[in-house]
Ligand binder design. Structure first.
Ligand SMILES: [Zn+2]
Length: 179
């Protein structure tokens, strides 16, 4: 599995926790992108370990059993999960916790944990849903201004002249661009 920068930062967020800035009597100020970033990392982790650790988590009757299951069946992630054993037990006992499909179970647990206890599991899931529904626009085309010997002046099309289609640069331009 390729590791991307994004995953690393999410992992860092999980290990270090979100900023603990608090307003007076207010809940912790947690960045929604941190919540969904952590949830995404948890989703990947649980997907990787679920076949072993899932059944034990579902059968656990105490936070100690949760911690033990994680330690024994998913040692790579136990450092990050152990502090949340109590919270994990609470999430698994939520009447809304999916009864069957493991993918649904993984997503519910991961998204509930995204807030890492700084926000309630339900709020954490809401934040994840809101963030995932946000439309993020991206630049799908990047053009630059050209003047072609055919007379065309304006934006290029995929790096070529929109009029005659050439993508070839003049000698002068090649010299200037150090080709
Ligand atoms: Zn042209």
């Amino acid at each position: 599995m390729p590791t991307e920068g994004k995953d690393h930062s999410a992992q860092k967020n999980i290990l270090e926790g979100p900023s603990k800035k608090r307003g007076r009597g207010r809940p912790a100020n947690i960045d929604p992108s941190v919540v969904v970033g952590s949830a995404d990392t948890y989703r990947l982790w649980f997907k990787q370990f679920w076949s072993k650790v899932g059944p034990r988590l579902l059968a656990a009757r105490s936070s100690e059993e949760i911690a033990r299951a994680v330690r024994e069946n998913a040692p790579d992630i136990s450092v990050s999960l152990a502090p949340h054993s109590e919270l994990i037990l609470k999430i698994l006992r939520d009447p809304k916790f999916p009864a069957v499909r493991s993918t649904s179970q993984i997503h519910f647990l991961a998204d509930s944990l995204g807030g890492q206890g700084f926000v309630k599991p339900r709020r954490s899931r809401e934040i994840c849903a809101e963030e995932r529904n946000k439309v993020r626009h991206v630049i799908v085309r990047q053009e630059y201004y050209i003047e072609c010997s055919c007379g065309y002046k304006g934006p290029a099309l995929d790096g070529a002249c929109r009029e005659c289609g050439t993508g070839e640069l003049s000698r002068d331009l090649m010299v200037k661009k150090n080709y």
